[in-house]
Design a protein around this ligand. Sequence first.
Ligand SMILES: *Cc1c(COP(=O)(O)O)cnc(C)c1O
Length: 494
Amino acid sequence: MSGNSNFDDLFAMHQLDRPAPAAAFPAGAMPPDLAYEIVHGELLLDGVSRTNLATFCTTLVDDQSKRLMLENLDKNIVDKDEYPQTAEIERRCVHMIADLWHAPDPATTPGTSTTGSSEAAILGGLAAKFRWRARGGSGVPNLVAGPVQVCWEKFARYFDVELRQVPLRGDRYDLHPDDLAQYCDENTIMVVATMGQTFTGLYEDVAGICAALDELQASTGLDIPVHVDAASGGFLAPFTAPDVEWDFRLPRVRSINASGHKTGLAPLGCGWAIWRDTAALPRELIFDVDYLGGSMATFNLNFSRPGGQAIVQYYEFIRLGRTGYDRLQSMLYRVAQHLGAGLVKLGGFELIHDGDPARGVTAVSWRLTEPTDFNLYDLSERLRARGWLIAAYPLPAGRQDETIMRAVIRRGFTRDMADLLLADTERALEGLRKHPVAVSLTRAEVGGFTHSARPAVAAVPTIAQAQDTAVSELEHTVVSGVEHTVDSEPGTKG
Ligand SMILES: *Cc1c(COP(=O)(O)O)cnc(C)c1O
């Protein structure tokens, strides 16, 4: 709502009689109510975030979170001396997360909040690169991983690390621990294992990966550390799959990243990077800032950042505790399983991730069982007309000919909504069967509403890229403010 202004006067103002400012810096001023209405009206086109099942990120926050965000809108988390209690709250979160992930000594575990998992992953990667160099590493450093989120491609490109991606093989959708040895050498700074793959939602076998690296060490002497990208699984598995060993219980795991703004339930802009112990975080990465007359270690890519996200993360931690997270997320798994079972009942779909808490995140992913006259991009487009945003994309290298779909179930998505989605899916399928599409849609035409991007800039191909030309999930990215849609591979039928 726009304050005390009269709508009739407002919407008759002369500034509305011309296009909204876009390409050039506006010459003059306009009343705030009017500017608000222009921006507000444009953003209606964004749709409803809660029916966006492509995102992993928080789309629903409670009133207390909103109040805390608003009250702390003016606080810069980097100003440790000026806002010591914000700094203290961030530190408490680090220790709580270290405890949750079984760090040997949570009270002294180093870690930091970040803007998201991407920054946290890059910090984890940099620490591994510095450790490798301190061990006498020279030559071109590499990291070995299965299908990864685009942040690892960024890390590799921005910081001159070769990304060695192990292609999928057999009927597995994740890294085969058996394949690791042939990709690792003395310049491997780390292996990245993913708890909650972007593509399928499935957990990778972190314990199996560590065991394979133990064997490699026994036979070759190479001691390769593991970083776990737990962007979405880091705040699920500790509560809903406590017996799955993926965290600091495994001695080879040196660092972990997670997105507070995904299953951690913090608002957008919150990530966490945590190291096993101080030995895992090289001193060169740390800068000391003034803090209550003393000094405090910081290691971030950003300088100024909002403080509210870490504050609300702390609010969620103390509000919910272990039982609260477990209760809420167990419900989401039940909704995911209900959706998965419903899709199977519709016929024609096969589940890749069925919403089992021991196998992956609160999501379901599926594919078509047999060739049809339409593909999953066509289905995605039909569902979009009803307001559902559901990602469809090809699998990564090794299985690129397969298209899959994924729905992430997050706080705010209920069983009732799952039933509505199932009914709409049934209607969409009927429509597609009755009125077959003449030419199926392609990924590019459906657009990019997942989180990975194939770079739009020409890249120097690396060995890893030569092995894998479709290392990332989607092709929709933004370069210098212009949207580019690169790649227009034909929609894969079936
Ligand atoms: C979302 C995600 C990321 C990136 O995290 P942001 O918080 O969006 O920066 C990295 N890895 C995985 C596995 C993810 O799901």
